[in-house]
Design a protein around this ligand. Structure first.
Ligand code: SF4
Length: 317
């Protein structure tokens, strides 16, 4: 999956003649390779969920290009079945994203019916195998249950199973652990790692929590106000963050040790930018402790400053 200079804008009407433009994603270029997990990290409102939805064509891009398995799918509309079989999304909220009136069997059979009409020899066996893969075992115990009969962690496993059942090559996981209890989080993240190892699936992992990205992904892309401001191998970005925003995100992670927890302090002050009216120059400059002369006038571009480590900041020009 290759995203090139991808832009997703929303146009809002204000009054009779005025039109407002929300630049949710504003020129993002990223590559997702087989068997790799790329984390998209940033505060809420930075455009990461819109990026995920645009990449699986749930939202139409305004500009830029999406290439999947060598095929330009940017303007592919109408029959998206080919793409839907290969690219799936897992939503944040395991409570809202499952139909409460459908059994787990029906929920998992639906994508097979919609995308593989008649092509799967034994749908029940496929459903059972997928339930086992997401550790809902024995599967017979879950097949005819309804979502309200499951815990939050189990519901999220059903969501993952619904995505996996079509054997996708690319998965967007949008904050998949943010709404489940802490005890299930590590298990779900481990499950994603296993899926990625076993199936060689490319995964876009969207999170506001850079600490989960640290243990989980191969690459990190830090987003701010619709743009990627830093990108590189996960440990390189975590150990050697270059952009002041990434430095702030990492420093804001609470200490796991309760003794040291008092050291936690939110280090990024100020309001996140308004995507309707981003500031001129570097979009982070109103909050940046290191801003200097050109920052409020000239927008920095993403540049490779160390091998494989990209940053958009005037400090590194
Ligand atoms: Fe801060 Fe300037 Fe770098 Fe933006 S370009 S992050 S304002 S130092």
């Amino acid at each position: 999956m290759e995203l090139s200079n991808l832009k997703t804008y929303y146009f809002l009407r204000k009054g009779l003649f005025k039109r407002l433009v929300v630049r949710a994603v504003d020129g993002v270029s990223l590559v997702f390779r087989e068997g790799e997990i790329v984390s998209i990290v940033g505060e809420s409102g930075c455009g990461k969920t819109t990026l995920g939805k645009t990449s699986v064509k749930l939202v139409e891009p305004y500009d830029g290009k999406i290439v999947f398995e060598g095929k330009d799918i940017t303007r592919m509309d109408g029959d998206l079945k080919w793409f839907r079989r290969r690219a799936q999304i897992i939503f944040q909220d395991p409570f809202q994203s499952l139909n409460p009136y459908h059994s787990i069997f029906d929920i998992l059979k639906e994508p097979l019916d919609n995308l593989f009409r008649g092509e799967v020899d034994d749908p029940t066996e496929k459903i059972m195998k997928t339930l086992e893969e997401v550790r809902l075992a024995p599967p017979e115990e879950f097949l005819y249950k309804y979502p309200h009969m499951l815990s939050g962690g189990q519901r999220q496993r059903v969501n993952i199973a619904r995505a996996l059942i079509v054997d996708p090559k690319f998965i967007v996981a949008d904050e998949p652990v943010s709404m489940i209890d802490a005890s299930s989080r590590a298990e779900i993240l481990t499950l994603f790692r296993e899926i990625q190892n076993r199936r060689r699936t490319a995964i876009m992992y969207i999170t506001h929590d850079i600490s989960t990205a640290k243990y989980f992904s191969d690459y990190i892309a830090v987003m701010y106000a619709g743009k990627v401001v830093e990108y590189g191998r996960t440990m390189e970005v975590i150990k050697n963050p270059l952009h002041p925003y990434t430095v702030g995100l990492i420093a804001s992670v609470p200490e796991p040790d309760p003794e040291n927890r008092k050291r936690f302090r939110p280090v990024i002050g100020g309001e996140p930018p308004n995507p309707i009216n981003p500031p001129p120059g570097c979009r982070f400059h109103p909050r940046c402790p290191k801003r200097f002369e050109p920052c409020d006038k000239i927008e920095p571009q993403l540049k490779e400053v160390e091998k494989g480590h990209f940053v958009a900041c005037h400090l590194y020009e």
